[in-house]
Design a protein around this ligand. Structure first.
Ligand code: ADP
Ligand code: ZN
Length: 740
């Protein structure tokens, strides 16, 4: 037996695997992730490395392969747990071990730790005043300014003092030489927020919250670790429940990770954690520099942190005794990585927790089908919160049939009902949010008169418009020509669905003269912080109407918003992938959750051409269970996740003809590689974007209830492509979201 070993993984150049022989005394002792000592380099210096895989054969002559010396002493180091997790990720999601390792291990960089400098006055008041007079008499203005500043506040930060008082380092040095002040420096961890723990304000849990914590703790205190899903409406007090669970886990000397989607990681939320856990909390986000992240991870390793909060990547925090992982808003698509390995943070969290005897708590107002299915099959425990914690009522929801509007002669994008309600808000001085659903928008074709949407007869997803009036299915490649009349009603109202936020802003400004309007979309949020600026302006009442894409839906509380209008609920309903129904339901419920967060009851208007669609009906009734049942019926019928598994195989190459040939060959190869004969192959087809940066793309879908069958074929495909097709690149996406 041989072991593939990565040497010194903490270095930036971690890009090679070395093969070693396993001596007989170590057979059966070693496992993936373990730290071992091996001979390395010319002098065969004893060096430590990590086992990333085993193999029965070797690529080199057996006599040339060196043996492993021994397992390292403390071989259950934190890193080895993460290496084992990386090995799992590579197996599940594809790519190389190096790519997986780079995802889980912070690469060490040589970066100077930052020093914080401080200036401190050494003289007492009387002496200092005398000295100040002296400087003034000598007309030494800069020195006088500095001393006067220090007289006001005897200890100040270097950066502040140089800026505020406009003095140079030379001036500070000269006063230091004269014994007037001291320039001191202290090493600080970049990215640390010093925050005093507040006196804990006890919230009295309602019965549901109490029951959720009790259920979790019954297991945990008996060392039963599992996965829990908190299904709670927005504002039902989920965060408060997580914090109580974390407090208990931390009291046992264990640590917790809280994953929050970047967009929902607001200052408000973080403050609540600081208030509970003080500076035993660390927060990371994507705006932080590599140095700041590095310093925070060092704090973790030194045992200074109990709770790490952050987006997806916080999952790999190197805690020594991880006890709990919370995944807030677990339905969010941002938990799926867009880089190889295309891991899902929810699934990976569950695996990390399993490896480390920790529990996972998922939370959402609109759980993913994956999470809810887990509860149904007994793999997770469902905890339900049905009441808003502060007692506010859920909003009143109306659905408006836009086909009906058209029949009555209203060709505007705003229905009469919505117009009326906006007017009412303007008169009362309350605020409105108008939400244009553009998620997954990929140019589907529908009829404005009857609502008919053109779909693939094989895959039951919407066809997308391509150049030259072709309508294409992005799963199987099925194609048809765009029609002039609707096949369902025979009228010529059929066409692409077009509407942009800018256009809506113009219409709203015309319709409601004098209303103050803000717009938030990709265009208006290009600059750093513009996102926060728009939201805080709206929150401060600087506008009556906020128009935006799904960005405005997530996690923001505006107490004066009492009306939410969803302008085109259908846009995401007919995106070209199998999750479109789920995404629509989720967006509508989350959007509705924005209305009436304060003391005033909210109203929601959903405008649609398909009021009979279950995603829209169930969202209007805020009926998750009902939605789940309907959606699962579709997934079961079509063999889509979570009932089944879907593996997307993306093949790219510069030569289209050659790619076509290779894609065909690889498909046949996959068919032969499928020992179970249970895998269904779809494609290869051109994805929506057929060519990126001069590379052509083909995509093959593999469907099978058994994940291990798909993984086996994936591994064989990876080997095959390495053998022959040097000009073709291949990437995998297991249970994709949105697709390539
Ligand atoms: P969610 O995370 O489900 O949206 P939060 O935990 O943010 O809900 O709670 C919403 C609001 O209700 C917060 O201001 C929170 O402090 C408050 N809250 C939560 N639980 C209670 C409770 N039991 N009693 C009073 N207020 C509560
Ligand atoms: Zn199809």
């Amino acid at each position: 037996m041989y072991a593939d070993i990565i040497i010194d993984i903490t270095h930036e150049k971690l890009d090679r695997v070395f093969q070693y022989r396993i001596p007989s005394e170590l057979e059966g002792v070693l496992c993936v992730g373990m730290e071992v000592l091996v001979p390395f380099g010319r002098g065969n210096r004893e060096t430590s490395g990590y086992i990333v895989a085993f193999s029965k054969t070797s690529d080199y002559p057996a006599e040339k392969i060196k043996p492993i010396f021994k397992a390292a002493e403390k071989s259950v180091a934190i890193e080895s747990k993460l290496v084992a997790l990386a090995a799992w990720m590579k197996e599940q999601y594809g790519g190389t071990m190096i790519q997986a390792l780079k995802t889980v291990l912070p690469v060490k960089r040589r970066e100077a730790a930052r020093l914080k400098r401080r200036v401190r006055l050494l003289l007492d008041k009387k002496e200092a005043k005398k000295r100040l007079e002296y400087y003034l008499s000598k007309n030494q203005k800069a020195r006088a300014r500095l001393l006067a500043g220090l007289l006001e506040q005897p200890e100040q930060e270097y950066e502040l003092i140089t800026k505020k008082l406009n003095v140079t380092l030379a001036v500070i040095r000269s006063l230091e030489e004269q014994g007037v002040l001291a320039l001191e420096s202290e090493k600080v961890d970049r990215g640390t927020v010093r925050y005093q723990k507040r006196k804990e304000e006890k919230v009295w849990f309602n019965e549901e919250q109490e029951a959720a914590v009790r259920r979790f703790w019954e297991d945990y205190s008996r060392e039963i670790y599992g996965t829990y899903l908190i299904h709670g409406v927005t504002g039902s007090g989920k965060t408060e429940v997580y914090m109580e669970m974390i407090r208990r886990v931390v009291s046992l000397g264990r640590q917790a990770i809280v994953l929050i989607p970047e967009i929902a990681l607001t200052y408000q939320t973080v403050l609540r954690f600081y208030a509970w856990f003080g500076d035993r909390v660390s927060v990371i986000n994507s705006r932080m520099s590599a140095g700041e992240r590095h310093d925070q991870m060092e704090r973790v390793k030194r045992g200074e942190v109990d709770v790490m909060i952050g987006p997806r990547s916080a999952l790999f925090t190197p805690f020594g005794n991880l006890g709990l992982i919370v995944v807030d808003e677990e339905h969010e698509s941002s938990y799926k990585s867009e880089q190889v390995p295309r891991y899902h943070a929810r699934e990976t969290a569950i695996e990390r927790a399993r490896m480390e005897n920790a529990s996972v708590v998922l939370g959402s107002a609109t759980p993913s089908l994956e999470a809810y299915y887990r509860c149904r099959t007994g793999a997770a425990v469902l905890l339900t919160l049905t009441l808003r914690a502060a007692g506010q009522k859920l909003p009143e929801i109306y659905t408006v049939d836009m086909r009906e509007e058209l029949r009555r002669g209203n060709r505007s994008i705003i229905s009469d009902r919505l117009k009326e309600l906006i007017q009412e808000r303007l008169e009362k001085g309350q605020q409105t949010m108008l939400f244009l659903n553009r998620r997954g928008y990929a140019g589907f074709v529908s009829c404005r008169s009857c609502g008919y949407v053109v779909k693939c007869p094989h895959c039951d997803v919407s066809l997308s418009i391509h150049k030259g009036g072709r309508l294409v299915c992005h799963y199987c490649g099925y194609e048809e020509r765009q029609k002039d009349v609707c096949p369902s009603c025979g009228l010529s109202c059929i066409g692409g669905f077009k509407a942009g936020t800018q256009q809506i802003e113009e219409i709203v400004r015309q319709e409601f003269k004098g209303a103050r309007v803000l717009r938030m979309d990709m265009d208006t949020t290009k600059q750093k912080d513009s996102h926060e600026k728009i939201l805080s302006a709206f929150s401060n009442g600087e506008a009556d109407i906020l128009i935006g894409t799904q960005m405005i839906v997530k996690g923001h509380d505006f107490s004066n918003v009492t009306l939410v209008g969803v302008l085109a609920a259908d846009m995401s309903l007919y995106s070209n992938d199998y999750r479109s129904g789920e995404q629509t339901f989720e967006l509508l419920v989350q959007a509705a959750g924005r209305a009436g967060r304060g003391n005033l009851r909210g109203e929601v208007v959903i405008q649609t051409y398909s009021p009979e669609h279950y995603s829209i009906r169930m969202a209007a009734r805020q009926d998750y269970e009902g939605f789940y049942e309907e959606e699962m019926r579709y997934r079961e019928l079509m063999g889509y996740p979570p009932v089944s598994n879907l593996l997307a195989v993306l093949m790219t190459g510069a030569d289209e003809e050659y790619l076509e040939m290779a894609a065909g060959y690889l498909k046949d190869f996959a068919v032969r590689a499928d020992r179970t004969k249970l895998v269904q192959m779809i494609g290869p087809a051109s994805p929506y974007v057929g060519k990126v940066k001069d590379e052509y793309r083909r995509i093959l879908y593999l469907k099978c209830a058994r994940k291990d069958s798909l993984i086996e074929i994936k591994n064989l495909l990876e080997q095959e492509i390495n053998k022959g097709f040097s000009s073709i690149r291949i990437q995998f996406d297991l249970n994709p979201i949105g697709g390539f």
